[in-house]
Design a protein around this ligand. Structure first.
Ligand SMILES: NC(=O)C1=CN([C@@H]2O[C@H](COP(=O)(O)OP(=O)(O)OC[C@H]3O[C@@H](n4cnc5c(N)ncnc54)[C@H](OP(=O)(O)O)[C@@H]3O)[C@@H](O)[C@H]2O)C=CC1
Ligand SMILES: O=C(OP(=O)(O)O)[C@H](O)COP(=O)(O)O
Length: 343
């Protein structure tokens, strides 16, 4: 078993840690926590090893948590690190990993330069082998790339424009907004998603813009895509349906026409933490005209990158399996695609 440590145990880190626990190829060495809060206590009660900064050791002990070791010991005991630290902190952690000689997988909140390759399974799985540092692109970018690469394989995508309607905060982030506004994501003309997606899929011109809205449940995206030659709507549906990480939802048949109903369906389905690992494409919104395809999809920001982090582990651990086998294994262990019968 390959020994994996998770540095950072927030929205992404806790989900990736649970995914590692489900996969017999990998052993979760433990997590690094920086504050002895409720989630440290829950992880401790679950029996997960907690590593802490040396100067925080007493704080953890005083709340009843016995750390397994320091960050230095965490680095020594792990063969691969998944860095799920707050935006930008991964860059600072890189020198720790280099010093310890350990490969690492970073998240999309880091600048691309943190790693040798920005990664998304449907697009560049094969390129990830032999790399020491990978960056799994952000949640919106992962959602965009899954669709573009699924279509690119079949129809040669030329150009895409994307509007990202970005959730204001994760459910636990009670101090973030906006509260009563729809806000431009930045002062720039474009958002980072298109530029990031082009690092992974350089042959396609991808432009994105983003607004932030007062919701915590999911992002929503509008994609407008040009492919090389005319296609039909049924060909597009067939191409998307081949991929378990893309689910088509028919609002007329299911009554699901919102992110809140999607999350309710995940709750009723007893998905762990209500997670929806799949892109949810609203089938009625797929419009195809000659060589142009447009659609609207919902992306569960808290969980969508978990499968890609697991696939990236296979590559960085040099477990040489075909793309289809890795995706099947990751998806089976996480239950990806299970909601298909509901939708
Ligand atoms: N949230 C989301 O929707 C998504 C986030 N991402 C990306 O994933 C990464 C993590 O985001 P997210 O999980 O939301 O962040 P959170 O804020 O939820 O969690 C961050 C975690 O990092 C820990 N931490 C604090 N300082 C450090 C440090 N120096 N090194 C390592 N860990 C540290 C925190 O510890 P403690 O709790 O003890 O303070 C916390 O557990 C970011 O790059 C983000 O852009 C990607 C896709 C979606
Ligand atoms: O990766 C994400 O979004 P993004 O794809 O819009 O960058 C996550 O939702 C994290 O966003 P945050 O940096 O607002 O917490």
């Amino acid at each position: 078993m390959v020994k994996v440590g998770v540095n950072g145990y927030g929205t992404i880190g806790k989900r990736v840690a649970d995914a590692i626990l489900k996969n017999p190829r990998f052993q979760l060495v433990g997590i690094v926590k920086y504050n002895p809060d409720y989630s440290s206590k829950i992880a401790f009660k679950k029996g997960i090893n907690i590593y802490v900064p040396q100067d925080k050791w007493r704080d953890f002990e005083s709340t009843g948590i016995t750390p397994k070791g320091t960050i230095q010991e965490f680095l020594e005991e792990s063969s691969i690190i998944i860095d799920a630290s707050p935006n930008g902190k991964g860059a600072a952690n890189l020198s720790l990993y280099k010093g310890a000689g350990k490969p690492a997988i970073f998240q999309g909140g880091e600048k691309p330069e943190v790693a040798e390759l920005s990664y998304s399974t449907y697009c560049n799985y094969d390129e990830a082998f032999g790399r020491k540092y990978l960056r799994v692109v952000s949640c919106n970018t992962t959602g965009i790339l899954r669709v573009l690469c699924a279509l690119h394989r079949e129809f040669n995508v030329k150009r895409a424009r994307v509007l990202v309607i970005r959730r204001g905060a994760d459910p636990k982030e009670d101090a973030r907004g906006p509260i009563n506004s729809i806000k431009l994501e930045s002062f720039e003309d474009v958002s980072h998603h298109g530029k990031d997606a082009m690092l992974v899929l350089p042959s396609v011109k991808i432009i994105s813009q983003a607004v932030v809205v007062p919701t915590t449940l999911m992002h929503v995206q509008y994609l407008d895509i040009d492919v090389a030659s005319p296609v039909t709507r049924s060909q597009v549906i067939e191409a998307l349906s081949k991929h378990a990480r893309i689910l088509l939802v028919n609002p007329k048949k299911t009554g699901i026409d919102s992110t809140s109903k999607l999350i309710e369906a995940a709750r009723d389905f007893l998905r762990s933490r209500n997670d929806i690992y799949e892109n949810i494409v609203f089938e009625n919104t797929i419009i195809v005209s000659d060589n142009n395809i447009s659609l609207i999809q919902a992306i569960h920001q808290e969980s969508i990158v978990v499968p890609e982090n697991m696939d990236a582990l296979y590559a960085i651990a040099n477990i040489r399996l075909p793309f289809e086998k890795v995706v099947e294994e990751t998806d089976r262990l996480l239950g990806v695609g299970g909601l298909k019968d509901v939708f």
